[in-house]
Write a protein that binds this ligand. Sequence first.
Ligand SMILES: Nc1nc2c(c(=O)[nH]1)N[C@H]1C(S)=C(S)[C@@H](COP(=O)(O)OP(=O)(O)OC[C@H]3O[C@@H](n4cnc5c(N)ncnc54)[C@H](O)[C@@H]3O)O[C@H]1N2
Ligand code: MOO
Length: 418
Amino acid sequence: MSNVPRSSPYPLLQVEDAISIVLSEASSFQVIQVESKEAAGFIAAENIHARSPFPPFKASLKDGYAVKYPLTAGKKKLVGSVTTGRAGELPQVNSEQVAYITTGAPLPPGADSVIPVEWTCEADDPGYVMISKGTQVLGQEVRQIGSDIAEGELIISSGSYIGVTECALLINCGVERVKVYSRPKVAVFSTGNELVDIGSVPAFGEIYDANRPLLLAALRRLNIDVIDLGIVKDSEAHITKTFEKALEVADIVVTSGGVSMGCHDYIKIVLERLGKVHFGRVRMKPGKPLTFATTKTGSSSKRFVVGLPGNPVSCYVCFYLFVVPLIRKLSGYVNPHLPVVEAELLDSIRLDPERPEYHRSILKWNFERHIYEAKSTGDQSSSRLLSATKANALLILPSENKVLEKGSLVSAIVLEDK
Ligand SMILES: Nc1nc2c(c(=O)[nH]1)N[C@H]1C(S)=C(S)[C@@H](COP(=O)(O)OP(=O)(O)OC[C@H]3O[C@@H](n4cnc5c(N)ncnc54)[C@H](O)[C@@H]3O)O[C@H]1N2
Ligand code: MOO
């Protein structure tokens, strides 16, 4: 091999600049309507107002007796009962009368307050109740109409995340359907002549494809629709054909392998032909040959391609640093970045003098010291998946020719995977 390139034509970008490029390219969202009960996990694409107040009627806060304020202690006439869900005629309650009521049931006409059962006892006559403590204030133990949520109140603003409680809130307020940002579809393929799927027996020189299952599982955990395009041989023609297929069906194409300087590294070459390569190298460890491109053909919307490096840990780290924020931006997140916290190192770590390192670590909250502590996962080779197992954070370590002492404070990107 005498005709391979000896240096990369791609400038070595800083991580922050590379992430900014990805996010600035990803600005177009598609708005869809979903049923409120299916809305958890989406970002709202509209301001949502309560269709009805909650509670929709004056409701009792306690099991007890509905009364008209003021009511003194003593023997009172029982005029009926109101239980939750009850339709039809409610008993009229006047002064010196009571109606049995359960928690959440509507107050009957005339009543404005509730006396809890604990303040009452049975009377000798079944048509009466003994009230041992009278009303203290008007409206006691009553939830007024709209006291939790007023009719028309803004309950979810455009751009906010719909979690499980927001999903319940929508239904609480009678909102059946909501406009949300759709999530991108993602196609995944691995490249490499050495790769075989688990289940087949690897010949000498072959290894199992671990990256595709990693990416597919991570995407499914993010509720993303995935298209699995399998293992593709290191051939320009095969890779081109697979990209063309992927770009027809997916918004984002994520590949692994074939982005470095080897004679069979075709991803960058093919992407230069199919679209625009925004960057092909990032100053980071692991993940240096990470590649990002966009394509646009005919009337189809812009497509995004992230060429992840083949080393499994590089693939994993770059997925969380670049693909997850890209997905979040396209899905409507106002802040697409993963959370970052400050953590104290439990080990001394030798820094890399060339590249900032995204050091896999186990992050734990120390309840006595009120601080996050980070334990290294050991050998950080980009082929060693054991460095990423158990890890729930990536420590952002600066590039310097020194040892960062135990006890130093560093920024840690929190991974949602664990
Ligand atoms: N001359 C240079 N060589 C390399 C450089 C460089 O700057 N100059 N960068 C190195 C870095 S850093 C990385 S990272 C790798 C990434 O290279 P590729 O993306 O081209 O990856 P491959 O060569 O295809 O594979 C690398 C390694 O990972 C294994 N692999 C690949 N795919 C999978 C998979 N799906 N599942 C499991 N393991 C996989 C593959 O067998 C190789 O061992 O390049 C360096 N080289
Ligand atoms: O960047 Mo590579 O990912 O160090 O092995």
